[in-house]
Write a protein of this length. Structure first.
Length: 157
C-alpha cells in the first residue's frame, strides 16, 4: 500500500514566465515564499529585539498589500492552505537586475505517485489572482503573461 505524503510545495516565476527558486532579492533585502506565508528579509535592518524572527527576517506577510522599501507585495490565502503572491520591484529610477517581478504560490499538498507540485485548481487560482490584481492596477504584467501561465496550466491538466 502506497501512503500519500503531505508537504509544502512551491511554484514561482519571474517576469518572463521562467521558474525561480521562490526568492526575490534587491539591494540587500528581499522576499521569500515559505510554507503559507512570505518572509521579508533585510540583513541591514534586522534586529533580534525588534523582529522576534531569526536573521535576516524582519517580518512575515500572509495576505494584503505591503510595500517594503522598493518591493511591492500583493498576497492572498487560497486553496491548499496556501499563499498566492506577486512581488514586484517598483524602483524605476535605478537599473534593477532581474527579476523585477516574481509571482507564485506555496501550498500544502499530497505527493501522489512520486509526483509533486501544485494542482490544476491551485494554478488556476494563481492565474485568477494575478488577473484580478493586474486588472486593479496593482500589478504590471506584460499582456501575454497570464496567457503563458494558463498555457502552463493546460499542459499540467
Amino acid at each position: 500500500m502506497i501512503m500519500e505524503q503531505m508537504k509544502w510545495m512551491q511554484v514561482a516565476f519571474d517576469e518572463d514566465g521562467q521558474p525561480t527558486n521562490g526568492l526575490m532579492e534587491y539591494m540587500g533585502y528581499g522576499v521569500k515564499f515559505y510554507q503559507n506565508w512570505l518572509y521579508v528579509m533585510d540583513k541591514k535592518s534586522w534586529s533580534r529585539r525588534e523582529a522576534g524572527l531569526g536573521s535576516p527576517f524582519v517580518t512575515t506577510v500572509e495576505s494584503g498589500v505591503v510595500q517594503y522599501k522598493y518591493l511591492l507585495i500583493t498576497a492572498t490565502q487560497g486553496p491548499g492552505r496556501g499563499i498566492y503572491a506577486a512581488i514586484q520591484n517598483i524602483n524605476y529610477l535605478l537599473p534593477a537586475p532581474k527579476p523585477r517581478l516574481m509571482v507564485g504560490a506555496s501550498v500544502y499538498n499530497q505527493v501522489k505517485g512520486g509526483q509533486d507540485g501544485l494542482t490544476v485548481t491551485e494554478m488556476n487560482f494563481l492565474a485568477e489572482f494575478l488577473h484580478s490584481v493586474a486588472t486593479q492596477g496593482k500589478l504590471e504584467l506584460n499582456p501575454g503573461y497570464i496567457k503563458h501561465l494558463r498555457e502552463t496550466i493546460r499542459i499540467l491538466a
